[in-house]
Design a protein around this ligand. Structure first.
Ligand code: ADP
Ligand code: ZN
Ligand code: ZN
Length: 724
């Protein structure tokens, strides 16, 4: 029997498998040209009525009787990425159950996805040929301007020329007025650490430097303990040996700080940033510099993980606990987790650093999978700031602030220091309430109230972006007594400015900071200002260094104590300790005041003690007894549609077809049950470990994809979900 089947599919020709840059689950086969292209090169292929660009991802036999189309063009003379990086993408596609073409499209700079040829040999320098300059009489205005620029500034690369003058290059080169010369590779310029490392730092550096091949380190060091110094000192021997170091940070806003430290330590010419705030051309240039090996240190956000590195030496993931490392749309990958996989494929060490490590990473450290390096003390003479819980029940509040907190603000400002108030709610008020009938104004498209913003005056939905003007009266009872309930950062800002008119109040949240440059200039203002109040959300909490802040006020975090999201308490602990860690980082001791309506909550007592290890231990025990990650592997199948019964029918049908290794529960309505007009629900898919989960999902999803009900809903699988 087996022999017969084989004969039926006799191989007549061989085929190339291409993953096209599109959200399509399968790859496509084309006739293999001669010579065969290498794995990992781009090709242009006929697709439908047009053409698409894709990547050669495999070879296979062509069954008899099938006629395959030819590839239109092979774009690259060599693979774009090393075999290790190609394997990483294949792994990432399989693990997160996401189409390979889209995975590649996420990993490459978009100019390459659109077919831009690989940048050639490194950009040469252009300079004037002294002998030929006399012929400049017959030049056009642009040519003359370019010539003048090069005469004044000396040799320049194409990228350093104003875009308007670049078209003048070929003409001047052709007439021998200019010539091109190979640029020398930029130089590493290593400086010594400005500090004498303390004992725990020295131990951590020694352990990292002794690592050969793949190993994972968790650098678990309290805020301000000098983790960055450890990274830099651990990176140094790799750079001196000609290798490259990749730093991943969770947000664009954190790149300038680390970039600056890397540049002053290793030389500006060999250090570059890579993030979505850059232009396409900039990104391609960094990509190329990393691939050619000229750039030696890259500081980037998520997608920097996929930069080709000519000689990788070390990967650093800073603030590894940060949920921003997980991509929220498209390919739902975790950059931290894939970074570990990459280190394994490249056989290099990786260090994950945080003052508040994720429970996943801590569990791996406890079980011996990761090496646990600890920094228990702050690097400077200042100790960690003490935290006081302010009970709020029955207290008089102004804009959500108690008298004690306001008094402390006044004292701090009088002493010439800065205050940081943390409130994770943008806008003026989180809801408008009718004082006559109790109606709350909801988003018409989501199951959530609209947030009231005053600058500009608008009701805005923070889930779908819906906006409306203030209705003036209640839609239910026509009363004009609509009141703002609760306080957001705008309200805090207004109130504090009125209360402390003599000091600047700086608000830092996503409404006033929309790109990286704005955050940088706001932070610069904070650094240069005398007494000041900073009001901000999560954005302020992350990794920033504010030497003059001595009082941190945590305005309102109670909702997280009672959230249905099983990760809420872990997040709360991380956020509170990170925000608290902004206090007292300079020469003055700091303190932290946390307002709560439930001051007796056991988690708050643990937070007050400031011992993240104890909190994590407690939370891990809860997870273990509830059989939640990291003790089980979890994925969600999320579905949404305008009609709730379609979501229900789809999820129920596919749940019935699940293999035995998958433990399925649900469908459950999502925490936000309706968003942008879509009803949302999810199935919880669990298995004993991640390998089993991946295997079971793969087979099952093929069936799920064939379900006719699946065409009437939008569905997606989220493996290792972080956000609910
Ligand atoms: P982390 O990354 O753990 O928050 P940093 O590396 O940014 O800590 O260090 C916090 C502050 O302490 C920085 O201002 C840094 O220059 C300083 N610092 C780091 N190591 C030392 C040391 N060994 N001695 C004195 N100061 C140090
Ligand atoms: Zn009303
Ligand atoms: Zn909405």
């Amino acid at each position: 029997m087996a022999d017969d089947t084989e004969e039926l599919t006799a191989v007549t020709d061989s085929a190339v498998e291409v993953a096209v840059f599109a959200p399509l689950r399968q790859n496509f086969s084309y006739r293999c040209p001669v010579p065969a292209p290498a794995l990992g090169v781009r090709v242009r292929v006929p697709f439908g009525r047009g053409q698409r660009i894709g990547i050669v991802v495999g070879f296979g036999p062509t069954p008899e009787g099938t006629s395959l189309k030819e590839i239109d063009a092979v774009i690259d003379p060599e693979p774009l990425l090393s075999p290790a990086l190609q394997s990483l993408l294949h792994f990432g596609s399989a693990y997160y159950q996401h189409p390979l073409g889209e995975v590649w499209a996420t990993a490459l700079p978009s100019l390459l996805c659109r077919g831009r040829p690989l940048p050639g040999a490194d950009d040469p320098l252009y300079l004037c040929n002294a002998a030929a300059i006399h012929s400049s009489a017959r030049l056009g205005p642009r040519q003359r301007a370019l010539l003048q620029l090069l005469q004044e500034s000396g040799p320049l690369r194409r990228q350093d020329l104003p875009a308007t003058l670049r078209p003048a290059l070929p003409g001047l080169l052709a007439r021998d007025i200019l010539r091109a010369e190979a640029a020398p590779p930029p130089l590493l310029a290593v400086q010594n650490s400005p500090h004498a490392l303390h004992a725990e730092q020295r131990e951590a550096v020694a352990a990292l430097r002794a690592a050969h091949g793949f190993s994972v380190f968790l650098l678990d060091g309290v805020t301000g303990s000098g983790k960055t110094e450890v990274y830099l000192e651990a990176a140094r021997p790799h750079l001196e040996a000609g290798r490259q170091v990749l730093f991943l940070v969770p947000e664009i806003g954190l790149t300038p700080q680390l970039l600056g430290r890397c540049r002053s330590r290793f030389g500006a010419a060999v250090v570059a940033a890579y993030h979505s705030g850059q232009s396409e051309a900039q990104r391609l240039r960094v990509w190329h510099g990393a691939r050619s090996g000229q750039l030696r240190v890259i500081v980037g956000t998520r997608s920097a993980l996929f930069l080709p590195l000519a000689r990788p030496g070390l990967i650093v993931v800073d603030e590894e606990h940060d949920p921003s490392f997980k991509q929220q749309s498209g390919w739902l990958y975790s950059a931290r987790d894939l970074a570990i996989r990459r280190a394994q494929l490249e056989s290099i060490p990786i260090v994950l650093g945080s003052a508040t490590p994720s429970l996943e990473s801590l569990q791996n450290a406890y079980s011996g999978k990761y090496r646990h390096l600890r920094l228990r003390q702050r690097a400077t003479a200042m100790s960690l700031p003490p935290m006081t819980i302010l009970p709020m029940r029955r207290r008089l509040l102004q804009a959500g602030l108690s008298i004690e907190l306001l008094k402390a603000c006044g004292q701090t400002l009088e002493a010439g220091h800065q205050v940081l108030l943390f409130l994770n709610r943008r806008g003026y008020a989180p809801a408008l309430l009718c004082h006559d009938c109790g109606t709350v104004l909801f988003c018409p498209r989501c199951s959530a109230p609209l947030t009231w913003h005053r600058r500009p005056q608008r009701l805005r939905c923070h889930h779908c972006g819906h906006e409306a003007t203030h209705p003036g009266h209640c839609p239910q009872c026509a009363s004009v007594d609509l009141r703002a309930v609760g306080a957001g950062t705008e309200q805090l800002e207004d109130y504090l400015q009125q209360r402390f008119p003599e000091v600047p109040v700086l608000r830092i949240d996503r409404d006033c900071v929309t790109h990286a440059g704005q955050l940088e200039s706001l932070l610069a203002r904070v650094h240069s200002a005398g007494p000041a109040i900073l009001v901000g959300t999560q954005m302020l909490a992350k990794g920033h260094h504010f030497p003059r802040v001595t009082l941190v006020g945590i305005v309102h975090v109670d909702q997280s104590l009672f959230s249905a999201d099983f990760r809420a308490t872990e997040r709360l602990a991380q956020t509170v300790l990170q925000v608290a860690g902004r206090a007292g980082r300079g020469n003055e001791p700091g303190r932290v005041l946390l307002q709560s309506h439930v001051p007796e909550h056991p988690l708050l007592a643990l937070l007050q003690a400031g011992d993240y290890g104890a909190i994590a231990h407690h939370l891990l025990e809860e997870r273990r007894s509830a059989q939640l990650p990291p003790f089980r592997a979890l994925a969600l199948l999320r579905a949404e549609a305008h009609r709730p019964e379609r979501v229900q029918a789809f999820l129920e049908t596919v749940a019935g077809q699940a293999p035995a290794e998958l433990e399925i529960s649900g469908p459950f309505p999502s925490l936000l049950e309706r968003r942008a007009g879509f009803h949302r629900a999810e199935l919880w898919l669990e298995a004993a470990d991640r390998t089993q989960l991946q295997r079971a999902l793969k087979h099952w999803l093929r069936e799920v994809g064939k379900q006719p009900e699946g065409r009437r809903v939008r569905w997606v699988v989220d493996v290792d979900p972080l956000n609910f």
